[in-house]
Design a protein around this ligand. Structure first.
Ligand SMILES: *[C@@H]1O[C@H](CO)[C@@H](O)[C@H](O)[C@H]1NC(C)=O
Length: 166
């Protein structure tokens, strides 16, 4: 066997090993990313999902109802099962996600990505938010302002790094 054949064989073997090692299905967060949508559209703690790759119909499951507020103003609530239809940069026919507007819970029925903006539609009205606001998954209860230890540690490491650079 000449060396080139040997290398090609070795590389293709590596690929086989690698692809068979990746047997676990993608997480629902990875599915969002693969459709050009940010992971922060789903809170942490999804325990499973179904996705029909042909129609884009999906169902995501959580252990319980999840609610939190975003930017201290919008109260958001996820039912234990959220369903809808996903396509590139778009969620349609959403059921199970609501936002409180003037004391009333209103269903968010559609999310559309337009460049670096996300448009949330409740049917009669819609609002745009920067996609980057959804780079991280909110946590049930505290949303984005959980002040958890790991975040503070990250901040501290960053500060130390900055200091050592000066
Ligand atoms: C969901 O519930 C199951 C069974 O009670 C538990 O094992 C699991 O840790 C829970 N997952 C989350 C994310 O809370």
């Amino acid at each position: 066997m000449n060396p080139v054949t040997a290398i090609v064989l070795f590389l293709s073997l590596l690929c086989v090993v690698r692809s068979s090692a990746v047997t676990s299905p993608p997480s629902p967060y990875e599915v969002l990313k693969s459709y050009n949508l940010p992971v922060g559209l789903l809170p942490k703690g999804a325990v499973g999902y179904d996705l029909d790759a042909d129609t884009g119909e999906f169902a995501v499951r959580f252990n319980s109802t999840c609610s939190f507020s975003l930017q201290g103003s919008y109260q958001i609530r996820y039912q234990p099962t959220v369903t809808g239809r996903i396509s590139d940069g778009r969620l349609r026919d959403l059921k199970g996600v609501s936002v409180k507007i003037l004391f009333v819970w209103v269903n968010i029925v559609e999310v559309d990505r337009n460049g670096d903006q996300l448009e949330f539609s409740v049917g009669i009205a819609s609002a745009d938010f920067p996609v980057e606001n959804f780079d991280e998954c909110p946590q049930c209860g505290c949303g984005m302002d959980c002040g958890d230890a790991s975040k503070e540690e990250e901040e501290e490491t960053r500060r130390v790094k900055l200091r050592s650079q000066i």
